[in-house]
Write a protein that binds this ligand. Sequence first.
Ligand SMILES: [Zn+2]
Length: 434
Amino acid sequence: MKRLILILSLTFTICAGAQQTGSSPVQVTVIRAGALIDGKASAPRRDQVIVIRGDHIESVADAANAKIPAGATVIDLSKQTVLPGLIDSHTHIFLQGEDPAHGGYDANILTAPLAMRAARATVSARRALEQGFTTLRDVETEGAGYGDVGIKQAIEAGYIPGPRLLVVTRAISTTGGYPLEGYAPELEMPKGVQIVDGPVEARKAAREQLDHGADWIKVYMTHRSWVGKNGELVSQPTLTVEELRAIVDETHGWGRKVACHAYGGIGLQRALDGGCDSIEHGLDLSDAVIAQMLKQGTWYVPTLSVYFTDWAAADTPAGQRDRLRASLHEVSFRKALKAGVKIVFGTDMGGIPWTESIAQEFSRMVEFGMQPMDAIQSATSRAAVMLDMEGKIGVVAPGAFADIVAVSADPLRDIKVLERVEFVMKDGKVVRDK
Ligand SMILES: [Zn+2]
């Protein structure tokens, strides 16, 4: 009985302790912004005061009219341009730009223990955050199972620093539709995705992934690509429309969306006919495809940069394919931009080593005709709409999470300054200052 009383009193003390922390005063922070690109408005505003209470933005006002709450911590960014935390909607924290000289993609799956891959993923997540990317839609773990759900939980619980993550878990393709491949047919090789054949298996895979924490479902609608007889880009289609519809129907039923990797041709047509919410890469968009995307409201995440580097030698079939892919990609991007397709910033980081700049994609978008403000909105408010987080992320406005970055020059004049983010705040906490 004595022991019971002791336990009871201990429990009481712990509860009381927890209650005390719960009622501690909420941190109030004020940011003085020299210029504010709020993520949504078409022009910047000068001399703004942003009041942050806890993890949220409480108010944004002209410095002349702003009231600084008593006891607030003031952060002076009056010489800088302040923007919302950036959003990369196509990353792979479980890839590290694997060097073919060191075994490439296959070695990562065949030799790295999962704990090793998780450890490296935590570094990728931290790098993204330090570069000002406070939200990632991470589009599959490449053979690391549900590891992305674990990393997301570790970030949310405060064990490791990282962006807010929207994860897809394993992703889905068909037999013959994903590596590892090229091994003796007698060997049962692990795959970088969950393989399905037939609508029943497709729906079951979507159910499993959603059940285990997928925020989105990712489907590969094309796989290999090569230069065809008439010099055209051919992309091997994977899922049938029937298989994809089963996945889309299931995922939409859960209130979630489907991202589809698709280059062009039959696979891309099936992706649209099957109801994909976002087209990833979209290297080869015909006028008819663009018209269908506009009609269906399909998002386009072009991931340009990754296709413009690391080409194979020009005199090889792979090298010719790489060059054709890039040239078609530029034309597709320009056409989609002109037609008013909803373009969202994505990089395929992980395919690119995480030591490189994520924001390099902005320069490529601007080079291909996008206005700098449009490019910034593709990585802020427009991405937030695609991610069903409008008003919560991608904007510096009352009610949004206090995800805020700053740069030392005007990104509307030189978009490259976004590659040198100096200040990063996530959820009201400063994670980088210079
Ligand atoms: Zn990717």
